[in-house]
Write a protein that binds this ligand. Structure first.
Ligand code: HEM
Length: 226
């Protein structure tokens, strides 16, 4: 069955055009670039998200629904059942300060990949794989650096939890859902190119990534951050 999903030939990567909408999430953008989500980034429904995240990274529907329900509250499409990918730029819904690869909204652009910020985070990733401890250290250092330069820096408890989940997601998708150890090269390709690293050997995880598993990994990142 797995081969019927997520192959490069089925979901060829195509860069976004100037008018295609994209989000501050490297994974959502990668899914649009590969055509798992509408390439133009418009009118994305919960069904679109569930199908796309299942076919691409084997995220169980309940996990997609948790984040997807938040995403729909940002809708500007005129239909509360759909959103455009750039609706996710709205600060305080999912988008938060202290991102790994985006500037804080205080500096004007909380949407675009920021190579300077990403380089400061990726400097922690010196091995072939990223352990939970390394992911935690990179995230903590980035949050401290953001807080030091942004006079309006703020992360609510919800923001902190989403930020932990984001680290948990990349550790799970590109590593082991319990142990982490994400392949550094694959994580870099997601962030820098918004592409799934099929050519570099990644494939869709065989086992579904569950809410329970993702939240447990987020807790592990939090514990390793203390
Ligand atoms: C319904 C599905 C999803 C939605 C709506 C969503 C939405 C978002 C949003 C709005 C952000 C921006 C947060 C910020 O940095 O301010 C974000 C960040 C992020 N997302 Fe997603 N996401 C989804 C699924 C995933 C999945 C499956 C992954 C797997 C790798 C992922 C990986 C990330 C990462 C690593 C970040 C942090 C980016 C950074 O801090 O620079 N997301 N997501």
């Amino acid at each position: 069955m797995a081969a019927a999903y997520a192959t490069r030939s089925t979901y060829a990567w195509e860069a976004p055009s100037a008018t295609d909408r994209r989000s501050p999430c490297p994974m959502v953008n990668a899914l649009a670039n590969h055509g798992f989500l509408p390439h133009n980034g418009l009118n994305v429904s919960m069904d679109n998200l569930i199908t796309a995240l299942n076919a691409s990274v084997n995220l169980e529907a309940a996990a997609t629904e948790l984040v997807g329900a938040k995403a729909l509250t940002a809708s500007t499409t005129g239909n509360p059942a759909t959103f455009n990918l750039d609706d996710l730029d709205q600060h305080g819904i999912i988008e938060h300060d202290g991102s790994l690869s985006r500037a804080d909204i205080y500096f004007g652009d909380n949407h675009s990949f920021n190579s300077t910020i990403w380089a400061s985070v990726a400097a922690h990733f010196t091995g072939k794989t990223i352990s939970i401890a390394t992911a935690a250290a990179a995230r903590s250092a980035r949050i401290s650096a953001a807080a030091a330069v942004n006079p309006t820096f703020n992360m609510s408890a919800n923001d902190v939890q989403f930020s932990l989940i984001e680290s948990a997601l990349y550790l799970s998708v590109f590593g082991n859902p319990i142990l982490g150890n994400a392949v550094t090269e694959w994580v870099g390709i997601l962030f820098r190119e918004e592409r799934l690293p099929y050519e570099e050997g990644w494939c869709r995880p065989a086992e579904p990534l569950t809410v329970v598993g993702i939240l447990a990994m987020a807790t592990s990142v939090a514990v390793a951050s203390i």
